[in-house]
Design a binder for this molecule. Structure first.
Ligand SMILES: Cc1cc2nc3c(=O)[nH]c(=O)nc-3n(C[C@H](O)[C@H](O)[C@H](O)COP(=O)(O)OP(=O)(O)OC[C@H]3O[C@@H](n4cnc5c(N)ncnc54)[C@H](O)[C@@H]3O)c2cc1C
Length: 367
């Protein structure tokens, strides 16, 4: 079926944001999302100032959603820790709440939202989506917002053979009163060899623990997150945090994260958004802002120039995110270098301004 309206694959932050903006612009988009209802995904749930501002532009006030305010950052590595204030106000919000709020807003603004429908294949040349139920949809404006998940025919380049891609894990923690006190107002980062973990409180009072680790180190630890954390001899404080949990949920995971990847070229009518446009090292906690910023820029390009807006959008967005992606990659390299972690904390303890500089420099911004 050929649609006269824009077609969006994926209803995470990027897909829902573009649906909201196109609907407000009168373009009546259709959004295809494979999940039936919003749920928590592998994500740290950290919202920096740029993500909060971009959500505000959409009309979403994270404080009204109960997001946990964050003003400080604590970095723990090699048995040492340092803490300083962030250069901006941030927040912790579960992806379940964020995603449900955004996709609900898209539907209310007039987007046709189809949930529980999976895109099985994408034909980029024909601008066509093949759905799992056999339906075929075509449009001259196709928005690919499937995030970390590549769809057959529309995927991003795979890792070079022999590389050691990162795997992400997430678990919800019901914190003890002592853990709640320790995490109030704080994003806590644990650095260890070939990985890191982020821990924060969310709107429901639960803590969100998210970690990223090289496949090789996970394999050495038995291949499962349950065995990984106790075996991380260079991150003893992380195990102590888990011991402070009253209870934990179950682990979810995502494999082969394409950190540093950017879509640098464009094609008329194909707009890649969010993680399908650029993947910042998750240590920086700015992927949601990138998803939102890509949607803002793509909607402006599409509403002004139609399918022809895609080329300039993709080039321009790739340039826009180049610096924060590169800096976040450097920070990831330093943070995940086991030998450097201890000296790094000592340095940051003496110069906490460096942490604030890094936090600012890895923001994609709210334009
Ligand atoms: C370990 C880790 C920690 C992170 N922590 C943070 C953080 O604290 N703060 C931050 O800002 N960013 C963080 N990120 C990055 C952030 O999660 C992503 O950048 C962000 O989710 C990208 O949004 P998106 O909309 O592009 O994709 P996603 O959030 O992945 O959404 C994609 C949507 O598409 C749907 N979909 C996928 N395939 C199909 C299909 N075939 N058919 C139909 N629908 C489909 C999915 O169900 C999903 O709803 C983290 C990432 C990792 C890996």
């Amino acid at each position: 079926m050929r649609l006269p309206h824009p077609l969006i694959a994926g209803g995470g932050p990027a897909g829902s944001a573009i649906a909201i903006l196109l609907a407000r612009g009168g373009a009546r988009p259709m959004l295809i999302e494979r999940t039936r209802e919003a749920h928590d995904v592998v994500c740290g749930g950290f919202l920096g100032a740029d993500a909060i501002a971009l959500l505000g532009r959409l009309g979403i006030d994270v404080a009204l959603l109960g997001a946990h305010p964050i003003h400080r950052i604590r970095v723990v590595a090699g048995g040492r820790e340092m803490e300083t204030h962030l250069p901006f106000a941030a927040a912790g919000l579960s992806r379940r709440t964020l995603d449900a709020t955004m996709i609900g807003m898209a539907a209310r603004e007039g987007a046709a939202v189809e949930r529980g429908v999976t895109v099985r294949a994408i034909d980029l040349a024909a601008r066509r989506l093949d759905l799992a139920d056999g339906t075929v949809l075509e449009s001259d404006r196709l928005f690919i917002a499937t995030g970390k998940h590549d769809v057959r025919g529309g995927g991003r380049p795979v890792d070079a053979p022999g590389s050691d891609p990162a795997i992400g894990f997430r678990i919800a923690i019901t914190p003890s009163p002592a853990l709640t006190t320790a995490l109030t107002g704080v994003i806590e980062l644990h650095l260890f060899r070939h990985g890191y973990a982020g821990l924060l409180l969310q709107e429901d009072g639960n803590a969100n623990l998210c970690l990223s680790i090289a496949q090789s180190r996970l394999r050495d630890a038995g291949g499962r997150p349950e065995t990984l954390i106790p075996s991380l001899g260079d991150a003893p404080r992380l195990g102590e945090r888990l011991d402070m949990a009253v209870s934990t949920g179950s682990w979810s995971s995502i494999a082969r994260i394409a950190y540093g990847w950017r879509q640098q070229t464009g094609v008329d009518g194909i707009f890649r958004l969010g993680d399908q446009a650029a993947v910042i090292a998750s240590l920086a906690g700015d992927g949601i802002a990138i998803a939102l910023a890509s949607a803002c820029r793509a909607s402006a390009a599409c509403l002004a120039n139609g399918p022809q807006g895609a080329l300039d959008f993709q080039h321009g967005f790739s340039r826009h995110v180049r610096r924060p992606l590169a800096l976040a990659g450097l920070l990831r390299g330093a943070g995940e270098n086991g030998r450097a972690a201890g000296p790094l904390i000592a340095l940051l303890g003496h110069c906490p301004g460096l942490v604030r500089l890094a936090a600012s420099a890895t923001r994609v911004g709210s334009r």
